[in-house]
Unconditional design. Sequence first.
Length: 529
Amino acid sequence: MKTTRYTLLAAALLLAASCANDPVEDIINPSAPGAALPGGTFVIDYTAGMEGADTRLEANQRIRSLDYLIYQSATENGDYTLLKKCSIPDINTNTTWPLTRDKMTWEQREALKDTLSTDKYYKMVFVANADDDIWDPAGTSGFHALQNVEEGSNFNEGRLVLPPNGQFEDDNMYYMATLAVDGNDYATDEDKTATLTITLQRMINKVEVKLADDVVNGIQEKGTITNYVTSKLDEQYNIYYYKDDQTGKLYDVVSQYMDTKANFTPEGGSNKKTSQQKFKDILGAENNKKKVVESITDCNNEYTETTQKCCVRHQFITEMKELFLKYCQWDNIKTIEFSYSSKSYPQAIDFNYVTKAEGSNETYTLIAHKNEETENSYIFYTFGNNTENDKELNLISSATFKKEDGSEAFPTIQKEVIPGKGIIKGNQHIILSFDPWQIIISSETFKFTKDEYDLQQVLQWNWENDFEYAWDTTITGWHKDDMISWVNTLFIGNGNNNTSFEPYTLELEIPKIEINNPWVKKEETGNNE
């Protein structure tokens, strides 16, 4: 007696987040070896073992239905046409797994009993949890998890399709197994029995969206979200705006401001030109630009009603705090809507385990729902990618965070991300961590204003010392008062006061910061519950 064994997808699958080695789902066909068969035929006998492991979710709670399909072809590389499709009956919470012959009902044994031709080639497909009663119990939605599986259909056309919004529970996730049989292998087999191992593999990837651990831990450390965000913005200010060596974005803004004011050509008599050139040199001096930066950045860190008006640091934090408080406050988020293009959303998977983006709409919105078991965590499910080279599949173009009333918790994040990029067929736990501090300098600005700004005092210039020979009345008639009036014209727009340089209102356009790409990805194989 000879028995030939074929094994498919032998790797065990994780079926619960709480353990590392959950059992896979195996099935066994009850056909009796050695039965009298017509010439040119053989019997299919499905047998399998089961890898044991403790799990919080038993096999009979994970599998609610089982569909069985057989495709036949005259040649190994020809077209395989659907020969049989049936739903295995009596699959319920009373089913004992593995489904061995002695554990099957009579109806199950009949459904799995097949006598096939020894001169044909076959492909067998088993799909769990695709029954219409699971996804359309009222029979009104028109959705079918298994599609293109009508009589006479081609193996390559068969599809397992995600339900609307891709929402699953522990007891309805898709599993699938596909294997090939060459009937010629049994033409001279005295037993004429194909004994095949079937291992159902989960096809679904769980994507968990959560606030980054560093953010959560930072909030706990600082005591409140406000304290945390204030501290982080102060940190960003030191990194991007005012560094220890007095460089950074604030220096760039001040430098541009003073260069703009110095964008004039000295004119008039020689002494007038000399005076104006000396002042132009003062505005262009690097050490003087740094003096202006120092005068407006910190105000000795005294954030009082009086000093805060002269402090860029304080105004920067004030301008950015409200937005970043929203980024870090996830308690009021109800759902997260992810937008795909129709060419990137992996809507279906075929029986060769190749995922497909076959949607007809221009865009597709997939909704992540709050994970009630974990704070600041949201879940959605999807199929995986085909190959490393498929750059578009699973590409998310934006994420919108919605509150209970449907309004946006904060502005839509228009950043592309591919959860599960690479060859991922299923049973992956993919984590998308949201870190709002992945930032860049924005093209948007806020206006910093400081009233009564005395540039002469800040730069500490002296009219007599810094402008020697500037007012030689015998040659040009260019007096000190004329010089003061001209400087006033540069900064306050008029030169009516000819006795002293007037303090003026300093206005600077300071760049804001914005999120660059907040998504940090992590993938865990086989930890899908």
